[in-house]
Design a protein around this ligand. Structure first.
Ligand code: HEM
Length: 492
């Protein structure tokens, strides 16, 4: 009898294994599915070979000559969408508005399903996205008050450069500290203590490089965390979660104990909880919204700025054009966001940075709410969808000489800034980035403020590579530069 049971179990196991390799009808092309792990093994191998999951997916789309790539992990159908038409469909069609609740999403959301903004769905997402956008504006975010905060941070950066300018300086950690300070002032009404801030940012940097928007191996084969907790990134993300949680919980406690008084986001959210108008306003939800703002806002903005400084160093002619424009337009005055209209070349430079270095090369993840067709393929409800933005930015049908770094492409014949409908660094549609005004002002004011005062040159004559490290974000390799004052000390 026992042998019959064993045999039946074995047979079921084999049949189930076989079933997991069958692709749904009209499913997009992609690598073969192996029993239980789907195409995860192939993707891992390709990721190793091409240096990032993003590049591996691009390569697979070329291999299968498709703009819609069909994959499967151990438990999830994953469809990667390429090309401007398909990506726009995902951004705009309501069926793609949701986020998946896969293993990576659960980890990222501290195990809290459907809380926060980034990984929330349905009514709670709509309500809290709208609340955050409205109330961050109310506390000064996106207004001249924010500009003052950014200018204040710029002052500190310039002071740091001035104090250390006799040797090479590495600015990347200082840039993320600046943006975090501005953001946290709006959220929590205070700065994060420097030692904590630095530790948390170092974890953020590791996370940005180690993970991908699809969650990497940890999402594809979740049980691998028990075998390779370090290598899979599991230890890193749990450490980061604990660190951020503590910072946010302390800030909430301080508000409850009235140690911090003022109109910041946490204060306004707590008033909403006390007023008891909506059951979705809870301390847990407040914590998750704060977490989303911290995670989404910091590394993205500082990475663009790091690339801005790196590129200025690599292209001295471009740097001189920016400097001359700054001097002839605003002179020595501290820059403000409105200057972006008159600093046309500098603004075009920032647009070109967004295109050339695409900070979010793969947007999403989204979860499909109904069976849908993309490009003639049938995508089953529940599939996870990723959108490849990086290759749109190099599509020769959309951009002339896409591999040439050329800010002029964003300037029209009459010398005005020309936006392109094909460039959408902050996404499109209902999940579009709500932090764009902070990011844009921060990048513009800080870049102009630094180039106004200093010429950036490579340290020891070696120009560092600008080949990005691609994980969830595109991150520049660490570099340092020499900062030479444009004017003598007495003229500062
Ligand atoms: C250069 C800087 C930034 C870039 C390139 C960027 C890019 C993006 C993109 C492409 C999305 C859309 C993802 C999707 O469609 O699935 C997004 C969403 C988001 N961003 Fe940003 N972002 C930046 C800065 C910020 C800042 C400063 C904040 C916070 C103040 C922020 C908060 C968010 C949040 C909360 C979401 C999720 C929105 C939702 O799901 O409804 N981002 N960002």
């Amino acid at each position: 009898m026992i042998w019959v049971i064993i045999l039946l179990c074995l047979l079921t196991f084999i049949v189930y294994g076989f079933v997991t390799t069958i692709k749904p009808q009209k499913y997009p092309p992609g690598p073969v599915w192996f029993p239980f792990i789907g195409s995860s093994g192939i993707l891992q191998k390709m990721t190793k070979k091409f240096g990032s999951e993003y590049r591996a997916l691009l390569e697979l789309s070329k291999q299968y000559s498709t703009n819609v790539l069909g994959m499967k992990t151990s438990s999830e159908l994953i469809v990667v969408v390429f090309g401007v038409k398909n990506v726009r469909q995902v951004f705009h069609d309501k069926d793609f508005d949701a986020r998946p609740h896969n293993f990576f999403a659960q980890l990222r959301n501290l195990g809290k399903k459907n809380l926060g903004i980034t990984f929330a769905n349905g009514d709670i997402w709509k309500e809290h996205r709208a609340f955050a956008v409205k109330n961050l504006k109310y506390v000064g975010y996106g207004k001249t008050v924010m500009e003052k905060e950014i200018q204040n941070e710029l002052g500190q950066l310039l002071e740091h450069i001035n104090n250390n300018r006799h040797g090479p300086i590495s600015l990347d950690s200082l840039l993320s500290e600046s943006v975090m300070n501005v953001l946290w002032t709006y959220v929590a009404g205070e700065r994060i203590p420097l030692v904590k801030l630095r530790y948390m940012l170092s974890l953020f940097r590791q996370r940005g490089k180690a993970f991908t928007v699809g969650g990497g191996i940890l999402n594809q084969i979740p049980w691998c965390r028990f075998i390779i907790p370090e290598l899979s990134g599991y230890s890193l993300i749990t450490k980061l979660n604990a660190e951020i949680s503590q910072i946010i919980e302390e800030a909430i406690e301080k508000h409850k104990n009235k140690e911090i008084l003022g109109n910041d986001f946490i204060y306004l959210f707590l008033q909403e909880i006390y007023a008891n108008k909506s059951p979705t306003f809870t301390e847990e939800q407040l914590k998750m919204v704060c977490l989303d703002l911290l995670i989404a806002g910091t590394q993205t903005s500082s990475n663009v700025l790091s690339f801005a400084l790196l590129r200025a160093m690599k292209s001295p002619d471009i740097q001189e054009k920016i400097y001359n424009e700054i001097v002839s337009t605003i002179g020595d005055r501290t820059p403000c966001w409105n200057d972006n209209e008159s600093l046309v070349y500098t603004s075009a430079y920032i647009q070109e940075l967004h295109r050339y270095y695409t900070i979010v090369p793969m947007a999403g993840p989204r979860q499909l709410l109904n069976d849908t067709s993309i490009d003639g393929y049938l995508i089953p409800k529940g599939s996870t969808i990723l959108m490849s933005i990086g290759d749109i930015n190099f599509d020769p049908d959309l951009w002339e000489d896409p591999h040439v770094f050329k800010p002029e492409r964003f300037i029209d014949e009459s010398g005005m800034l020309k936006n392109s409908e094909h460039l959408f660094p902050f996404g499109l549609g209902r999940r579009r980035c709500p932090g764009d005004s902070l990011a844009k002002s921060f990048i513009f004011i800080t870049l102009v403020g630094i180039l106004q005062k200093y010429r950036i040159q490579s340290a020891n004559g070696t120009v560092p590579s600008d080949k990005p490290i691609i994980g969830i974000l595109s991150t520049p390799q660490p570099f340092s530069a020499e900062f030479t004052p444009r004017k003598k000390d007495s003229e500062f």
